[in-house]
Design a protein around this ligand. Structure first.
Ligand code: NAD
Length: 469
């Protein structure tokens, strides 16, 4: 299969190439074209040229394009899912889910709208807020959900009349290139562009004077660079960054339910999820039972190549992430008691056994840092105030969950946590109509919901005076 970039309506090859590694084998299995700086410039110029006509179309036509794109992806769901498994590593069932969610987000955004809002309409004034497209939107995406994150940035951008350039992570470019190929026949030239880089074109895009917005998902460290680069042209920015989500299990929680929910929230996609459970605080009266239940679930995991039937946990996505996991595994053995997992699978590929670590101190790096790997620390607590202080410490504030049979108590506790989302008795849930935002250094701005949609538009106030001042 040959993969091509999409620039100005043309499927483009390049003299520059990028090997795509299958994380289950550690070996290259495909090759992607990589854009030159000149091709990136062409993409920006094409997006700029195409934008006025795209914005001038009735919104109904843009909705139809999003729906058609969802239909096209759905029709090719198996190709997308297998490509995601081979480039990203997740089990096929999770890849299928990613494809389903990508279509669902495209369709949900197609049904959204940003109506003008009349703030005042009387004898003196008519004041109205309207929303106009920003212009050229660039999406810079990470490697953990290569299709879904691209789809949920593309949809609101296009709906509101912006044109779009997608730059996926270099280790997972292929599903983005498939998305570009699908968009090629459904959109006018320049409306959607997909270019691949080797971590080198981000600065060009985020400083470019003809780019009006960057929608970025990735690490906090790179988010800071994007923000600094975007400052020269004061671009609009949405930053969805790292997290260190805590699950707090209260004394009155249903332990079996909490264990199942926390296990799913921690080990989905081998723990490589921004909003994964990354640390657990359990009341000392339920601590042993919860640790045992989590360990039992971890021991049932079937770790292997995501394309094999029955596998529940795939490899980590790349070698660098694998090295990071090895570092955190050493810390797990040094700072705590490993009661499940604790090993790396022998042979090829970046495999880590789901690992539960108990009796670990709150200041261990496995607790205070984002591991982004299937190694979960579980801490006991006696005093909820201490937990609130510990959970709120640190630079991140993405999500978090509370597990309790007392809704009022859990809701009251949610008020004390400084994160963008707090789930009660579940974790890892997000949807197109629910705004998603990081507190502190987990992000800037929001995605999804009316708030997320509004970030792809320029608010314009039209204020009409009816009487002489
Ligand atoms: P990363 O920051 O290394 O890379 C993300 C993207 O930024 C890639 O496309 C990369 O090529 C690009 N990039 C690299 N240098 C750049 C620069 N100087 N300017 C502009 N772009 C540049 O992140 P990653 O390792 O791919 O993803 C893992 C991280 O992403 C984790 O920290 C995770 O928590 C976070 N993440 C957050 C969310 C969220 O919604 N909050 C979702 C998924 C992942």
């Amino acid at each position: 299969m040959t993969y091509k970039m999409l620039v100005d309506g043309e499927l483009l090859d390049s003299a520059l190439r990028l090997d795509v590694v299958n994380p289950a084998t550690g070996a290259p299995w495909a090759s992607a074209p990589r854009a030159t700086a000149g091709q990136a410039e062409l993409a920006v110029a094409a997006a700029k040229r195409a934008q006025p006509a795209w914005a001038a179309l009735p919104i109904e036509q843009r909705r139809k394009v999003l729906l058609a794109l969802a239909d096209r992806i759905e029709a090719d769901a198996d190709t997308y899912a297998r490509t995601i498994v081979a480039e990203q590593g997740k089990p096929l069932a999770e890849a299928n889910l990613e494809v389903v969610h990508s279509c669902a987000f495209l369709r949900a955004f197609a049904g959204m709208t940003l109506e003008p809002e009349v703030l005042q309409d009387d004898a003196a004034y008519r004041i109205e807020v309207r929303h106009r497209p920003l212009g050229v939107v660039v999406a810079i995406t990470p490697w953990n959900f290569p299709l879904l994150i691209a789809a949920y940035k593309l949809a609101p951008a296009l709906l509101l009349g912006n044109t779009f350039i997608l730059k996926p992570a270099p280790s997972t470019p292929l599903s983005a290139l498939l998305l570009g190929e699908a968009a090629a026949s459904l959109t006018p030239p320049g409306v959607v562009n997909v270019i691949v880089d080797d971590n080198d074109l981000g600065p060009l895009l985020s400083t470019h004077p003809d780019v009006q917005k960057i929608s970025f998902t990735g690490s906090t460290a790179t988010g800071r660079k994007v923000m600094a680069n975007a400052a020269s042209t004061l671009k609009r920015l949405t930053l969805e960054l790292g997290g260190n989500d805590a699950a707090i299990v209260l004394e009155d929680a249903d332990v079996a339910r909490a264990a199942a929910g926390i296990y799913g929230g921690a080990f989905f996609n081998a723990g490589q999820v921004c909003i994964a459970v990354k640390r657990v605080y359990a009341h000392r009266n339920v601590y042993d039972a919860l640790c045992d239940a989590l360990a039992a679930l971890a021991r049932q995991a079937v770790v292997g190549d995501g394309s094999m039937q029955g596998v529940t946990v795939g490899p980590l996505q790349n070698e660098q992430q694998y090295a990071k996991a090895q570092h955190y595994m050493e810390i797990a053995h040094r700072d705590g008691t490993v009661i499940a997992g604790g090993q790396f699978r022998d042979g090829q590929g970046f495999f880590v056994q789901p690992t539960i670590v108990r009796d670990i101190g709150a200041d261990s790096p496995l607790v205070t840092e984002e591991q982004f790997a299937p190694i979960l620390p579980v801490l006991p607590y006696a005093d909820l105030d201490d937990v609130v202080t510990e959970v709120n410490a640190g630079e991140y504030g993405l999500g978090g969950s509370i597990w309790s049979s007392n809704e009022a108590k859990a809701t009251a506790l949610s008020e004390r946590l400084t994160s963008g989302t707090i789930w009660i008795n579940h974790h890892l849930h997000f949807a197109p109509h629910v705004p998603f935002a990081g507190a502190k250094q987990s992000g800037l701005g929001a995605e999804f919901g009316d708030e997320g949609l509004a970030e792809f538009a320029q608010m314009t106030v039209v204020s009409l005076a009816r009487t002489a001042a």
